[in-house]
Design a protein around this ligand. Structure first.
Ligand code: URA
Length: 214
């Protein structure tokens, strides 16, 4: 029998056996880490949704907040602050009082994957949560997709074809109604340290979002 899946974020989700078992193993070594699906963070009525890949092992997977404790979060939170989407430039811990403004951050895959590489099947199984988050965007809204996997997950959540919306840093895709997707290279340590992504390039994406959202 096929069970209907709830689309609401489930902090106890174990849909992906490989990921659930991986988290169980990490929890034994690091009992102080969350080692569970990481919930979206920010304003529930936000009109900017930032979509990352998946929690980092010693970052979001430990802290329980997307991009928090992860190197990738340094540039992301700094940039959100610079463009008025956050009340401070750093995210330190889940209880640090940081407030996002008209912005919400989530991941294509809510659980830490081995080697930071979720399987296609896991991206698909997790996608109904993202679908729900995308659906809740009201009025004129912007999604910033960080990297190819996030971009594809957003298209899947919206039922759109990749062939019509290829990924590119700074690419803008106007889709359904009032929704605009803007792509960015992921702000990972690798991309920033190799300067595949500079802070100026990253900021230009948030500048577009700011101009769109007023
Ligand atoms: N941390 C997250 O929460 N997401 C990413 O994509 C990378 C690090």
């Amino acid at each position: 029998m096929i069970m209907a899946r709830s689309n609401k974020f489930d902090p106890d989700c174990r849909r992906c056996t490989r990921l659930a078992q991986f988290l169980d193993q990490i929890k034994i070594v690091h009992p102080e880490y969350l080692c569970r699906p990481v919930a979206p963070f920010g304003d529930v009525n936000a009109r900017l949704l930032v979509v990352g890949l998946a929690p980092g092992k010693h970052g979001a997977n430990a802290s329980g907040r997307p991009f928090t404790g992860d190197h990738a979060g340094l540039l992301l939170y700094q940039t959100l602050y610079k463009f008025g989407f956050s009340d401070r430039p750093e995210s330190l811990a889940i209880d640090d009082g940081l407030r996002l403004i008209n912005c919400r951050i989530t991941n294509a895959v809510k659980c830490l994957p081995p080697d930071n590489k979720p399987l296609n099947e896991e991206i698909q199984l997790c996608n109904s949560y993202l679908q729900q988050e995308v659906k809740s965007l009201a009025g004129r809204s912007v999604i910033i997709a960080l990297g190819l996997i996030a971009h594809k997950a957003v298209l899947r959540a919206l039922g759109l074809a990749f062939s019509h919306h290829p990924f590119g840093h700074g690419a803008i895709h106007d889709v359904k109604g009032n929704l605009r997707i803007i792509d960015s290279y992921h702000c990972s340590r690798y991309n920033t340290q190799t300067r595949r992504l500079t802070s100026e390039q990253f900021e230009s994406v948030f500048q577009i979002a700011r101009e769109n959202l007023g």
